[in-house]
Design a protein around this ligand. Structure first.
Ligand code: ADP
Ligand code: ZN
Length: 612
């Protein structure tokens, strides 16, 4: 997918390898990081599309050090800037940020440091960058590069559109000689085209990584009693783990968080109805404490950098597969096994279809949204490999079975139920295309309810024709018919036959029902191991890992920083497994750079030395 670029050197300078080892403590580049660093360090532009956790930051941080001047990083994630800057300082990199959270004095300090050439990296919020004063200031100092992070925010089609981002076109005009590198974890073609157009990256090479997240296990189940299902899921597989639960409404956020807390799973609510301070606090606690669950509306999580989120659960359907991919992508940035778990039911499908039908957006926008919803529902209903379905949506060919989604692990039964679908259509049509799923089910099952009697529906030829199946099966049939567009939901949730349903009535189409698996057997039982420990940590290293974790928690608390900024779990686990007894050996562990070795090396050796 990379466009050839005449001047792109494929190899980064030797200095890049030295910095990678000395500052970050990494042995080698991942994927095409080396090429990207070479391209930008050489003065070229680049567009980088890489999934969350892929290693995007290094692609602009390293070239900022290799080139003279400061690297300017544009990011909409103001709340995270402090942590990002702290993390860089821990590596011995001179970094600062400019956004609306800073006092005037602090702003002056940062600007003075910038003028004095004392910064390697400067993080700026887009609205701050676009202020004339900031642009002038940047014109007066040497610049290494502009990195536009979360670049998909330029696109109106995405779910994270930020109007300020559209103003970033000014960078190409006013800083024509400064390289621009745009980075995003959103991969669809429309967003990509918008990024190129807005940021003036027409000639720039594009680096597109695989969007597969092999460590995430995708699971979707029928909604039965959502809160109870969620609790069972967490209890059986994710006790003590950090996780995010998404709900659509504030009320369900509050109720779900309270329900989990009452049942021994500490959970915080997060939604737009809370005060800024409350939201800030929930986010802080989630980042800094181990094993917290946040129950949130989609307002939570963009750019959540926490590497060890072990599960993302959806109690309501997201709006599109892009949204789903982004939200589930917040799990497992550290590459360790994680779960994307979702339940959905007939009511959700009907609701989304109705919302769309009631939309006042221009018709072409509605068409796009409707196509997005179809894709999402197709993903939910598929009996094939979910990973294959998801990646196909992003234009990536992937051949299942992946072995790590519910359908691959536990292939669902698929039953031909064309006759049943015809019965359901007939029930809808004969009752006047205006009754909801519950009533249609009663008619099909031949139930003698008040509503049935009042409407005289017991006299219909369809009455009771479906008695051979149970209610759950019929709800499954109806849900899938709405998902697939054979029935549509109108006013008062009434279901009516669509033009498409004629194919079914004429026998021109087959209706295959994916059997409900209400409670998919869990595929990964929790061992007695610590929740946060990486999956491959040998049992013998467990006590050392725990001791190091305890030390890290104290250290993080003392410095007021998230624990992972000191060392992430992977690095701690590697140290625990190696049990080094000298600084030199400790320095060989991936993730232990020179600065961290100097700052924490002795303390780590002391912890290990005091073990037995
Ligand atoms: P992204 O911004 O793409 O979501 P990050 O830049 O935060 O991803 O990197 C994700 C994780 O991968 C981080 O923990 C980072 O330290 C690690 N990482 C990145 N590049 C390398 C590398 N070359 N070697 C080892 N670890 C790396
Ligand atoms: Zn699969």
């Amino acid at each position: 997918m990379t466009a050839p670029h005449p001047s792109a050197p494929a190899e980064p300078p030797a200095e890049a390898h030295r910095l990678l080892r000395d500052l970050w403590g990494y042995d080698s580049f991942r994927w095409r990081q080396g090429e990207i660093v070479a391209q930008v360090a050489g003065g070229g532009d680049a567009l980088v599309l890489m999934p969350t956790g892929g290693g995007k930051s290094l692609c602009y941080q390293l070239p900022s050090l290799l080139r003279p001047g400061v690297g300017v990083v544009v990011s909409p994630l103001i709340a995270l800037m402090q942590d990002q800057v702290d993390a860089l300082r821990q590596l011995g990199i001179r970094a600062a940020f400019l956004n609306s959270s800073l006092s005037l004095d602090s702003v002056r300090e940062v600007e003075a440091a910038l003028r004095a050439g004392e910064l390697d990296l400067l993080y700026v919020a887009p609205e701050r960058l676009l202020m004339e004063g900031t642009l002038r200031l940047l014109e007066s100092v040497p610049l290494a590069l502009f990195a536009i992070d979360e670049a998909h925010c330029v696109s109106q089609w995405g779910h994270d559109f930020r109007p300020e981002y559209q103003g970033l076109g000014v960078l190409a005009e006013r800083f024509p000689n400064t390289p621009r590198i745009a980075l995003t974890a959103t991969a669809d073609d429309r967003t990509r085209a918008d990024i190129v157009a807005v940021l003036g990256l027409e000639g720039a090479p594009q680096f597109t990584a695989s969007f597969d997240r092999p460590n995430i296990q995708y699971r979707v189940a029928g909604k039965d009693n959502a809160k109870r299902q969620l609790l069972d899921f967490i209890r059986s597989e994710h006790v003590g783990d950090a996780g995010i639960v998404y709900c659509l409404s504030r009320r369900s956020v509050e109720e779900t968080a309270a329900f989990l807390s009452e049942n021994g799973i500490e959970a915080l609510p997060y939604h737009a109805g809370l005060s800024h301070a409350q939201r800030q606090q929930a986010q802080e606690r989630f980042l800094r404490e181990d094993g917290l669950v946040v129950v949130a509306t989609v307002a939570f999580g963009m750019g959540i950098d926490k590497p060890d989120v072990r599960f993302v659960a959806h109690l309501d359907l997201p709006k599109s597969l892009e949204g789903y991919y982004q939200e589930t992508g917040r799990a497992g940035r550290d590459g360790e096994p994680s779960t994307a778990w979702m339940v959905y039911g007939l009511g959700d499908v009907v609701n989304l279809r109705r919302m769309l039908a009631g939309s006042t957006a221009p018709e072409w926008v509605q068409r796009i949204e409707s196509a997005k919803l179809d894709a999402l529902l197709g993903y939910c209903e598929t009996a094939g490999c979910r990973r294959e379905n998801l990646l196909a949506y992003f234009g990536q060919e992937y051949q299942g079975p992946c072995g790590n989604c519910d359908n691959c692990l536990n292939p669902p039964q698929v039953r031909e139920m064309t006759r049943e679908a015809q019965m359901a259509l007939s029930a809808a049509v004969r009752t006047g295309n205006r009754y909801g799923a519950a009533h249609l089910t009663d008619v099909l099952l031949g139930r003698d309810t008040d509503k049935v009697r009042q409407a005289g529906h017991q006299a219909l030829p369809t009455f009771g024709v479906g008695a051979e199946h149970d209610e759950r099966t019929w709800r499954g049939v109806l849900r899938q018919m709405v998902s697939l567009g054979y029935l549509e939901a109108g006013e008062h949730y009434g279901l009516s036959a669509t033009a498409r349903s004629r194919e079914l009535l004429r026998g021109g189409a087959q209706f295959l029902l994916r059997e409900e698996v209400l409670r998919p057997t869990s595929n990964r039982r929790k061992s007695s191991k610590s929740a946060a420990a990486p999956a491959d940590l040998p049992a013998a290293a467990q006590p050392a890992f725990e001791a190091l974790r305890e030390w890290r928690a104290q250290e993080a608390k003392a410095q007021g920083m998230p624990a992972y900024i000191i060392f992430d779990n992977k690095t701690l686990a590697a140290i625990a497994a190696l049990r080094p007894s000298s600084l030199a050996t400790l320095g060989t562990v991936s993730g232990v750079g020179a600065k961290k070795l100097e700052q924490y090396g002795q303390a780590v050796l002391d912890v290990l030395g005091g073990l037995d």
